[in-house]
Ligand binder design. Structure first.
Ligand SMILES: *[C@@H]1O[C@H](CO)[C@@H](O)[C@H](O)[C@H]1NC(C)=O
Ligand SMILES: *[C@@H]1O[C@H](CO)[C@@H](O)[C@H](O)[C@H]1NC(C)=O
Ligand SMILES: *[C@@H]1O[C@H](CO)[C@@H](O)[C@H](O)[C@H]1NC(C)=O
Length: 211
């Protein structure tokens, strides 16, 4: 700013040197424009993901051969925020949420399709009411043991894994979105009073280069 001030004093000292004065103005305007563009598009701020609400009404293991399956009924509210004030996100792959028990996925859902646009500064809320009488889960011996252990307490550790790929406005690189939301869900039978759920902030994977 000091340099620009000097320039201004130099140039505008004599009004007949208006040409220089205009050049000065041009440089100042250019610098301001560059600064604005840099602030808007120079730095990517990554999305934030959280689970604001979740409840588990059923979670049962069927370990009879030949396959291990889970019967479950789960509802959750997933919130994805784009904190950028000028850059939108566009999905280059569908945004998906996988439900996992003991690191094994037992169900998957598409939250938003490929090509979907998430405007700057906006928050997207996804409500998921999921359930199945039998969903295959490769729990193995260790997973079944873990299930029995948690089953005895009535509280299950279920992970919601969010995965997608996006491109930010004015950027060439595609960036993976990977978030892990570890939930501790107390089994709540339909008749029982609602179990209080504490909002969970999901942990995002480290961004790749150029993201
Ligand atoms: C468990 O799964 C088997 C098939 O693998 C099925 O025949 C059986 O009815 C299931 N049991 C329950 C309680 O759902
Ligand atoms: C899940 O539970 C709700 C009520 O708690 C019920 O209305 C819904 O049909 C269930 N869904 C499945 C797939 O079991
Ligand atoms: C889970 O616990 C319930 C009772 O709370 C019991 O009926 C059921 O058999 C248990 N399931 C397993 C796989 O241990």
């Amino acid at each position: 700013m000091g340099k620009l001030g000097d320039c201004w004093d130099e140039c505008c000292y004599k009004w007949d040197e208006w040409k220089y004065c205009l050049a000065c103005l041009g440089i100042a305007a250019g610098a301001a424009l560059l600064a604005a563009l840099l602030a808007a598009f120079g730095f990517v701020r990554h999305v934030s993901v959280s689970v604001d609400e979740a409840s588990l009404a059923r979670f049962e293991l069927n370990a009879s051969s030949p396959v291990t399956s889970l019967a479950y009924n789960l509802s959750l509210t997933l919130v994805v925020r784009n904190p950028n004030w000028a850059m939108a996100l566009r999905n280059t792959k569908p945004l998906e949420a996988a439900l996992k028990f003991d690191d094994q996925a037992f169900d998957r859902f598409e939250l938003a399709g490929k090509g979907d646009r998430h405007p700057p500064g906006k928050t997207r809320v996804y409500h998921l009411a999921a359930g199945a009488a039998a969903r295959f889960a490769a729990l193995g011996n260790a997973g079944e043991a873990e299930f029995r252990r948690e089953n005895a307490t009535g509280t299950f550790e279920v992970e919601v894994a969010v995965a997608g790929e996006v491109r930010y406005t004015a950027r060439y690189t595609k960036c993976k979105v990977e978030a892990s939301c570890p939930l501790r869900l107390q089994l709540a039978p339909r008749a029982a009073a609602a179990v209080v759920f504490q909002r969970v902030k999901c942990k995002l994977a480290k961004p790749e280069k150029n993201c």
